[in-house]
Design a protein around this ligand. Sequence first.
Ligand SMILES: CSC[C@@H](O)[C@@H](O)C(=O)COP(=O)(O)O
Length: 349
Amino acid sequence: MTNLIKPVIWEGDAIRLLNQQKLPGAVEYIFLKTIEDVWDSITELKVRGAPAIGITAAFGLALWAKNSNLDQTDILKAELAVKAAYLNSSRPTAVNLSWALQRLLKVAEEEPTSAKVIERLETEAILIQQQDEETCKRIGEYGFSLLPDDATVLTHCNTGAIATSKYGTALGAFYIAKERGSDIHVYATETRPVLQGARLTAWELQQADIDVTLITDNMAAHVLRTKNVDAILVGADRITANGDTANKIGTYGLAILAKAHGIPFYVAAPLSTIDLETETGDDIIIEERNAVEITHLAGKRIAPEDIQVFNPAFDVTPHGLISGIVTEKGIVRGDYPTKLKALFEEVTV
Ligand SMILES: CSC[C@@H](O)[C@@H](O)C(=O)COP(=O)(O)O
């Protein structure tokens, strides 16, 4: 797993960001120097994936504070809350974004001077990124433990190194499988409309020399029926207190298909994706994105002018369809309200 690419690199006076829009054609880093650069990059999916968005936003807030020249502590703290709200408005569904920003605001409150606040924001953002690496490694281990030897799995969207600090969540399990010499085979859905599966997962797994086969989204049922798939493993953008899970549009359909075929359906996500403040999936705000993502492919119009479009970026899988939630503290199965809450109270589950 040592060769995995890092999507977000803190340079002290800028964020070096892997531009995921350019993949797989080019591995290109851009430099974000202002808070507006950070907001735009998140909105335009130059960085995407719940943990990576949170990490980028945390560095974005730290960067803004560093450049702010505000030496009056109360003014700096008040302005930080405004800037955090601005960054938080870049995408609504992944809770890691508000989780990371809230964490920064909280530590800022503990510091007595502007200089200390600025310093603390930077160290906390670095810590969030470092902790996510450890977290993802553990999720990968637990995810791998669920798979039979030489497993055939199906995944959706991209939950890899580039969606996190480094190791990925669902894809982390596949990296561990490869590392342990297990002959894993992955079916990756293309993930319309913006093709995170075709552009990113296919590329990431190919780079890691993992046996990956790309399919279109509407081939999933046929693949599950005919290809001896052992499990479906996906990520999450927000898991509510009852276990309902928002993830990339199409995930809910896959969960229904998994049930119809008697195949386990697992969600892999860090605790930073679990939102105990939100009770059920009905309360999750689902981002709706620009119609162009559906009416156009690679910049070329494929649908008639003036067609009505509905473009939700995520859907909610009800907890009853989820066989297990894989976290850095272990695998949770059933009775999600009690067991998810316990994750935040105990050292292990
Ligand atoms: C470890 S990434 C988990 C999720 O964020 C991922 O599955 C997903 O849905 C990403 O959506 P995206 O719109 O590409 O940010």
